[in-house]
Design a protein around this ligand. Sequence first.
Ligand SMILES: [Fe+2]
Length: 169
Amino acid sequence: MAIEAREIYVTALKNTHALEMQALQIMERQVERLKNYPEMEEALRRHIEETHGQRARLEEALQALGDSPSAIKEGFLGFVGNMMALGHTPAQDEILKNTYANHAFENFEIAAYQSLITIGDAAGQGTSLTGFRQSLQEEEAMAQRVRTLIEPTTRRYVELTLAGEQADR
Ligand SMILES: [Fe+2]
């Protein structure tokens, strides 16, 4: 039997859901550890709230199709997992590695939502797509926020390090 567009869409919904669950884990872990970078902490807290909404949108779309999120597929998150592992090893430059990884992660999510919306469109699932367009906008805004924070964060890291203060997180 031929694969239907609906199946491709369901798989994309599950993958994106797994991605958001990973996003929540990563951001919550960082927020707990951050001490000396209040702007990054604020950006992460805001985006954690948004991400809960994004997760709910995906769950609603799956439920509407009579499906539910499944366990994280190994392989799909391999790349992201490796990238995020950068920030998991305690290092003097932990904040820098997390900043690079957050930038990469948000851009990964942008690609995932653009793709999900395209697949949903091909599957004739117009109703859920308004919500996913909003999720996409939120990812773009967060990617931009992280990008804007690269320079001030790095400057603060250098200043704290030179002053002999805690700079890693
Ligand atoms: Fe995100």
